[in-house]
Design a protein around this ligand. Structure first.
Ligand code: UDP
Length: 231
């Protein structure tokens, strides 16, 4: 694949700790991303913030402010993962839709393209920069903007199911599903705003479990053991 957008949920980064970072998990992601960048695949990354904070879970403070904290959590995640990537020899840049002083650079499509051309992994931190959105929406938005071939959606669950496999032991995993079915049946892939954007802009997704061995590389090589979401 020439260019992909990899989404890592904050929860997946936390590994067994459930909160903060699990360095072994992030090191393993870095190893797999290095394999792909060495092959010439350009990789953009969006990371969630759920390992620190989710705006919608606070009932006491103003939602806009709660969401700002969530967006800052994604910046922390990107800076951390970017540094682990650099440790294993990957060149990186972190872009945000709002100014973070010298911590990050402001996002623009031209700037992202410049860094891709230089062989860098580009982190799209800070979500969309707006409250009431999610990193799912940011993932689809950036994937469309950078004209990614597909979204690689690395999750704690290993694909798309017809019901929650944690609750229903008979839940059936889809090998392939259309984005229209995801929307109609409200399947838990990405949120509704993000799903509609995928449909309208014909952006496919490959959904897989981050904890499965070599899953990022295998999926990018066309061997997705999870679910293909077609458009
Ligand atoms: N967020 C936001 N706007 C965005 C992206 C994220 O307000 O464009 C905030 C929101 O509060 C969200 C939090 O950041 O709950 C963390 O993102 P998300 O819940 O998507 O993280 P994940 O669940 O994937 O770890």
């Amino acid at each position: 694949m020439k260019r992909v957008l990899l989404k890592l949920s904050g929860e997946a980064l936390a590994g067994p700790n459930k909160t903060g970072f699990d360095e072994a998990t992030v090191m393993e992601v870095a190893r797999q991303v290095k394999v792909l960048t060495d092959e010439g695949t350009q990789i953009g990354i969006v990371i969630g913030g759920g390992n620190f904070w989710r705006g919608r879970t606070s009932e006491t403070i103003d939602r806009t402010k709660a969401d700002q904290i969530g967006m800052l959590a994604t910046v922390m995640n990107c800076i951390y993962v970017s540094e682990i990537f650099r440790y294993v020899g990957i060149k990186t840049q972190v872009l945000t839709p709002f100014a973070c002083g010298s911590f990050t650079k402001l996002f623009s499509k031209d700037r992202a393209n410049k860094y891709f051309d230089r062989g860098m992994v580009v982190f799209f931190a800070g979500g969309t920069g707006h409250p009431y959105f999610s990193t799912d929406t940011a993932t689809v938005l950036r994937a469309i903007e950078i004209e990614a071939e597909t979204i690689l959606l690395a999750k704690a669950v290993d694909g798309v199911y017809d019901s929650d496999p944690k609750i229903n032991p008979n839940a059936k995993k889809y090998e392939e599903v259309t984005i229209q079915e995801v929307i109609d049946q409200k399947l838990a892939v990405v949120d509704m705003t993000a799903s509609i954007m995928c449909m309208e802009n014909h952006m496919p997704m490959l959904v897989f479990g981050l904890s499965e061995e070599n899953s990022i590389v295998n999926t990018a090589h066309g061997n997705c053991s999870g679910t293909r979401v077609t458009v």
